[in-house]
Design a binder for this molecule. Structure first.
Ligand SMILES: Nc1ncnc2c1ncn2[C@@H]1O[C@H](COP(=O)(O)OP(=O)(O)O)[C@@H](O)[C@H]1O
Ligand SMILES: [Mg+2]
Length: 343
C-alpha cells in the first residue's frame, strides 16, 4: 500500500507570504516575521521554509522550542544556545554567551525560529528582546489562533520592525496540487474537489484524509490517476483529524458555537426534507468519470451531499453538526463554482 509522509512535500502556494518575508529579511529595519493561523494551516511548514531561505541568504539559523513544560524553566527554550559554563542566574552572561554564537556570514546575524511564541518563558523573551534590539537576530515566530500573547511576546511579534502574516487555508487549485504532491501522481478532479470540500483546504486535514483513505483502500490508483471511491467516504476520518476539529471548536466563543450548531441543524433538517432526485451533476470541469455525489452512491448530485468526516467517539455529540459544516467552504468557494474550476 502507498505510504505518504516520507520526505518533504513541496510547499504549495504561500508566494505572497514568502515575498513579504523576503522583503522583511532584506529590510535593514526588519526585526522579525510573525506567522499566525489556525492549527494545521501550515505555520510550521512556512516557518521552516523561511528558516531555509534565511540560511541560503547567509544568515545563521537557529530554533527555540517553547513548550508548556519549558515555559516554567528560566531560559528553558534557549538552553541549547547558552555556552557551557554560563550560569543562568547571571542574565548579562547569558546574553553575552548566546550573542557570541549568533553571527552569520556576510555581516548577517541569526534567523531564530520560535514556534508557539506565547508559550515562551519570560526570561527567554527578555533575552530575545535584547538580542533583537542589538540587531543580532531576525525573529521568526508562529502563533496559533486563539493563543494569548503576553505584552512581552507582543513586543516581539507586533513591535516596530515586525511583519505579520495570517495564514489562510489553501484554495481549491492549491489543494489539488497538494494532493498531487502527497500522492506523487495525477489526481482526478472529482477526487481533489471532494477532498477540498471535506478539508476546507486545511493542509493537515488534507494529509490526514489522504492517509485515512489510503489505509482503508478507498483511495486507489487505476494506473493513470488517483481516485477516491465515492461510496466509502464516511471512513475518511482519523483520530488526529477529529482532535483538530475538537481544538478548533474549543477555540470558538460560546455564541459562535451556538450559531454554528443552529445553522447546522437547520441545514440537516432541510436536507432531510428535500426529495433526492438523483440528478446527475457534472462535477468540476475536467472531472474524470462521475461528478461528485453521482452514480454509485445514489446520493443527490450536490457536492455537499458527498458527506464530511464522521465524528470520532472522542468528539462531543453537540459538536457533530459543526464538524460536518467545518468541512464545507465559505459560500462562493463551493458548489456554485464547480463548473468554472480550472482543469
Ligand atoms: N503550503 C503547504 N504545502 C505543502 N504542505 C503543507 C503546506 N502547509 C502545510 N503543509 C503540511 O501540512 C501539515 C500541517 O502543517 P503545519 O505546518 O504542521 O501546520 P501548523 O503548524 O499550522 O499547525 C504538515 O504535514 C505540513 O508539511
Ligand atoms: Mg505547527
Amino acid at each position: 500500500m502507498k505510504k505518504i509522509g516520507a520526505g518533504r512535500q513541496a510547499l504549495v502556494g504561500r508566494t505572497t507570504e514568502l515575498r513579504l518575508y523576503d522583503e522583511a529579511l532584506a529590510d535593514t529595519e526588519g526585526r522579525g516575521f510573525a506567522i499566525y493561523g489556525p492549527p494545521g494551516v501550515g505555520k510550521s511548514r512556512l516557518a521552516d521554509e523561511c528558516l531555509r531561505i534565511g540560511a541560503s541568504r547567509g544568515w545563521n539559523a537557529a530554533r527555540a522550542t517553547a513548550t508548556h513544560g519549558a515555559s516554567a524553566v528560566p531560559f528553558g527554550a534557549l538552553a541549547h544556545l547558552i555556552p557551557a559554563g554560563v550560569t543562568t542566574d547571571d542574565v548579562a552572561a547569558v546574553f553575552a554567551g548566546i550573542a557570541s554564537g549568533l553571527d552569520g556570514r556576510r555581516g548577517k546575524g541569526t534567523v531564530i525560529l520560535v514556534e508557539d511564541i506565547p508559550l515562551l518563558d519570560r526570561s527567554s523573551l527578555i533575552i530575545l528582546q535584547r538580542l533583537s534590539d542589538a540587531g543580532k537576530i531576525f525573529l521568526l515566530s508562529t502563533t496559533r489562533d486563539g493563543q494569548t500573547e503576553s505584552p512581552d511576546a507582543r513586543a516581539l511579534t507586533r513591535g516596530f520592525g515586525f511583519r505579520q502574516v495570517s495564514l489562510k487555508n489553501l484554495d481549491q487549485e492549491q489543494t489539488h496540487y497538494l494532493l498531487r504532491s502527497l500522492l506523487g501522481g495525477a489526481v482526478s478532479r472529482r477526487t481533489s474537489y471532494e477532498m477540498y470540500l471535506k478539508s476546507a483546504g486545511n493542509p493537515l486535514f488534507v494529509r490526514e484524509l489522504v492517509i485515512a483513505a489510503l489505509d482503508s483502500q478507498t483511495m486507489r490508483n487505476d494506473g493513470e490517476v488517483w481516485e477516491l471511491t465515492p461510496a466509502a467516504e464516511p471512513d475518511t476520518t482519523t483520530p488526529q483529524l477529529a482532535d483538530l476539529v475538537g481544538t478548533r471548536l474549543s477555540a470558538l466563543s460560546p455564541p459562535t458555537r451556538a450559531l454554528l450548531e443552529a445553522v447546522s441543524l437547520w441545514r440537516r433538517r432541510r436536507r432531510r426534507q428535500r426529495p433526492v432526485r438523483g440528478r446527475a451533476g457534472r462535477g468540476a470541469a475536467g472531472t474524470r468519470g462521475r461528478g461528485p455525489g453521482t452514480g454509485r452512491s445514489g446520493r443527490a448530485a450536490h457536492p455537499r451531499h458527498s458527506g464530511a468526516p464522521r465524528v470520532r467517539r472522542g468528539v462531543a455529540p453537540e459538536h457533530a453538526g459543526f464538524q460536518k459544516e467545518a468541512a464545507v467552504p465559505e459560500p462562493g468557494a463551493g458548489a456554485g463554482r464547480t463548473r468554472s474550476a480550472t482543469p
